[in-house]
Design a protein around this ligand. Structure first.
Ligand SMILES: Cc1ncc(C[n+]2csc(CCOP(=O)(O)OP(=O)(O)O)c2C)c(N)n1
Ligand SMILES: [Mg+2]
Length: 334
């Protein structure tokens, strides 16, 4: 009971965090492109709860959820998105290049598939140095169309690199998430799990809206990676949040309302089907309600708590200082 409570709380925190990011962008509080993690919360939390802190994580343009799940300080992450001096990397990276070196997150690659060779290089270094560290590399289904992906799969298999390749295929309709074969929207393979098998890389598909399924699979594969097996490939299947259909995130349908859990028909039409069939928060909350692990009052209170926590994060990040002009060339090779 405690656990589902805590998990729903963490998912709601991520959701409210991203909603505020969209609003802050619309209020011109920061510039530059960015993406949000709405709808994939269960995947990041399920996976990151199974990855030891000593191991590395490489992330993508959809990095906020990965960083939060990894345990990055939300104020420092929000401050980084806003370009503030106390951001994760001093406000120099913004959303697209946030990193958390202390948390073994060396860099975000906003280049689709750009982080895949980097992750393999880090794994090669760890292997040669005998540090015992493993690398988790996130990417989207789009990265499986890139040449860098195939070169890296080949070398990873040849060199038996300790990497968990974690592909988030967010183009899967609800009914295909847990079963059957489903490709990405723009890949010729019958399923993304097939793509790495000719390299001899073991691969698995998992329903990315199911925290427990993701967690169990990642935990098992991480244990095996630490024993020297691998590399491994996971395709975590989710269905794209309508607010992420376009090139720029939009708060489509407005902020998520906890009432939609109880009455999905009350959700605006643009998000109704997704909310009903694919929102990992709604799916988990409904299961918890059915078995009496939480009640309506408890869920509403949880959401209020998390919304307030995010409001505090935003206030702190907005109040943080901008980088000083005299620091412009710090860390720059000249
Ligand atoms: C090499 C490269 N090509 C194109 C882009 C522009 N771009 C940014 S996100 C994106 C879609 C990536 O799809 P996917 O990897 O499935 O991730 P998703 O956005 O679905 O999470 C593209 C094409 C890019 N950043 N890098
Ligand atoms: Mg995708």
């Amino acid at each position: 009971m405690e656990r589902v409570h805590e998990l729903l709380g963490r998912m709601l925190f991520m959701r409210r965090f991203e909603e505020r990011v969209i609003e802050l962008f619309e209020q011109e509080q920061f510039e530059g492109h960015y993406h949000v993690y709405n709808g994939q919360e269960a995947t990041a939390l399920g996976a990151m709860d199974a990855v030891p802190r000593d191991d590395y994580m490489y992330t993508t343009h959809r990095n906020h959820g990965h960083l939060l799940a990894r345990g990055a300080d939300p104020v420092a992450l929000m401050a980084e998105i806003l370009g503030k001096a106390n951001g994760l990397v001093g406000g120099r990276g913004g959303s697209y290049h946030a990193a958390w070196p202390e948390g073994n997150v060396p860099v975000t690659s906003a280049l689709v598939a750009g982080n895949i060779p980097q992750a393999a290089g880090t794994a090669l270094a760890a292997k040669r140095r005998g540090t015992g560290q493993v690398v988790v590399c996130w990417f989207g289904d789009g990265a499986v169309e890139e040449g860098a992906f195939y070169e890296t799969m080949n070398l990873s298999a040849l060199w038996k690199l300790p990497v968990l390749y974690l592909c988030e295929n967010n183009s899967v309709p609800a009914r295909y998430r847990a079963m059957g074969q489903y490709p990405s929207s723009t890949h010729a393979a019958p399923a993304l799990t097939e793509v790495v098998r000719p390299f001899g890389i073991e691969s698995h598909a998992v329903d990315g809206t199911d925290y427990d399924a993701v967690h169990d699979l990642v935990r098992q594969l991480m244990e095996r990676l630490h024993r020297g097996e691998g590399p491994f490939f996971i395709e975590a299947r989710t269905s794209r949040w309508p607010g992420s259909y376009g090139v720029w995130p939009q708060l489509t349908g407005g902020r998520f309302q906890i009432g939609w859990v109880f009455d999905p028909a009350s959700a605006p039409e643009v998000v109704r089907e997704w909310t009903t069939e694919s929102d990992p928060i709604v799916l988990l909350a409904r299961r918890a309600l059915e078995r009496g692990a939480i009640d309506r009052q408890g869920l509403e209170a949880l959401d209020r708590e998390q919304s307030t926590a995010v409001d505090r994060v935003v206030e702190a990040a907005l109040a943080a200082p901008d980088p000083r002009p005299e620091d412009t060339f710090r860390h720059v090779l000249r």
